[in-house]
Design a protein around this ligand. Sequence first.
Ligand SMILES: [Cu+2]
Length: 286
Amino acid sequence: MVQMAMGMMGLWITHPKGRHPLIAEVQRDYAFLLSAYDVEPGAMTPRVNEMTDFNIWTFNSRAFPAITPLVARQNDRVRIRVGNLTMTNHPIHLHGHEFEVTGTDGGPVPQSARWPEVTTDVAVGQMRQVEFTADALGDWAFHCHKSHHTMGAMGHDVPTMIGVDHRGLVGKIQKIVPDYMLMGERGMGDMGTMQMPLPDNTFPMMSGTGPFGPIEMGGMFTTLKVRRGLGANDYADPGWFAQPQGTVAYEWQGAPLASTAPRQTAPGQAPGAASARKPGGGHEHH
Ligand SMILES: [Cu+2]
């Protein structure tokens, strides 16, 4: 158990000798082991006797942004195996695609027991094997859906300061507590842009940067990058996706839009509710 708490564990994957009717051919086959650590800021060794209160959550002992992306050529069939050796469940979520759970520790899942999903919970000690066709070009988040598992070493006792005008306050507090730092008044993104000094060997908090600025993610988070025309064995990071012109949101700088007539609300629908439709094998993604 001490070895496991320090990260010494791995996956054992047995491939069938021949074709199996329930095991599909895939072009990309990824495997993740989920693990959690309790590492005090500046410490060189995890606290191996922690039972539940971990502060570092990892995919293959790597945490975003210090993790490579999953890469797929458009329309590749992709398999991802996820094993959980932490002491809590992890709802593993993929953006942009629907997958099926095609296997568990018990073997392949019968075709009749598969359904489209975007999140699958991987309970303690379980394996889940998911498969999908990487048909949507772009950079897609792949992460645990417990939000604190996508955040790095947090100052758990930091008060929420969103919306508080704390100009001048930090200086006063720092007279008493020299290293005192406030949570940003606009949220966690402020933390990513601060270059605060950290003790050696400290896991930085949510320091990833994307094409549009800081990404407030750390821990169990990476990206799936789907591109056209990659080589079959090309796993190199292709960089950030070049967004097609006209697909990026922007702040409206023109004249305010004229007010429109009262909205006609369909019977049984809340006023103002948007009508949403799940993609059914199509290409409209969330
Ligand atoms: Cu998790």
